[in-house]
Design a protein around this ligand. Structure first.
Ligand code: PAF
Length: 270
């Protein structure tokens, strides 16, 4: 497995691999890999990529000033071992300094799907995500990139970016991987105390119990009752992310809630 630490070294290698006719898959991550990430690598393998590049980069530009950039968990050694085990052929570990040169002043802004949900609560977040993902696409020359469905809004925005900026590649969205308890896997789960973990179960439970025609207000109430602080529970059209009047086929219900200080997200499509 190759390890790249500079954008230039990855780009040079990826360009050569493309010229040899190799099919390249990219799995963008912020590291501290768990089974959710590994499922994305396995998906790339199942799709017969010749090269599977995993990027591990806690992207400062997508964190707000009061968010957890400094404290975000990092473990390079464990990530390397997990990438190798899951079948990655290359890992990219850039630094903020080599990804964002002094005076960096170009950003990618998606202006429709980013308006609501997490975009409304985390100003600048998707601008940071789109910018770093566009850079990773330019560096790794992927034929396809795999994202997790847990970040439903992010996946929709990236698909739109690929369409609107004519990136010559496909976006693959892989299913949410959950703990046995139902809790969606997330690197941020490591912040949770046992009590918070128990409260957090209300998120997947309430989504699972929600029926077409059911009410998002009832979900929010259940979350508050379990001790969570609701950021939002919203039902939207699965494609446009515009608010939907009722939970029905073609809609997605998305949840963001705090267990203590930890912000968790989850969703279910109908
Ligand atoms: O989903 C994530 O982990 C990040 O938002 C991503 C796509 C790796 C960009 O930093």
């Amino acid at each position: 497995m190759k390890i790249f630490r500079t954008p230039q070294s990855l780009q040079k290698w990826a360009r050569a691999a493309k010229l040899e006719g190799k099919k390249i898959a990219l799995v963008p991550t912020m590291g501290y890999l768990h089974e959710g990430h590994l499922s994305l690598i396995k998906k790339a393998k199942a799709m017969k990529a010749d090269e599977i590049v995993v990027s591990v980069f806690v992207n400062p530009v997508q964190f707000g000033p009061n968010e957890d950039y400094e404290k975000y968990p990092r473990d390079e050694k464990a990530d390397l071992a997990k990438c190798m085990e899951a079948g990655a052929t290359a890992v990219f570990f850039p630094t903020p300094a080599n990804m964002y040169l002094p005076g960096h002043s170009v950003y990618v802004n998606e202006e429709s799907l980013s308006k609501g949900l997490c975009g409304a609560r985390r100003p600048g977040h998707f601008r940071g995500v789109c910018t770093v993902v566009a850079k990773l696409f330019n560096l790794a020359h992927p034929d396809f990139a795999v994202f997790g469905r847990k970040d439903y809004q992010q996946a929709q925005i990236i698909k739109r970016m690929v369409r609107d900026l004519n990136f010559d590649m496909k976006i693959v969205v892989a299913p949410i991987v959950r703990e046995k308890s139902g809790l969606a896997k997330s690197s941020r789960n490591t912040y949770l105390s046992e009590a918070e973990k128990t409260s957090a179960l209300a998120i997947s439970r309430s989504l699972k119990n929600l029926k077409p025609g059911g009410s998002v207000q009832a979900v929010a109430k259940e979350l508050e009752k379990a001790g969570l602080k609701v950021d939002y529970v919203e039902c939207v059209d699965s494609e446009s992310l515009e608010p939907a009047k009722k939970v029905a086929k073609g809609t997605t219900v998305l949840v963001a809630a705090f267990a203590g200080k930890t912000r968790l997200i989850d969703n279910r499509s109908f």
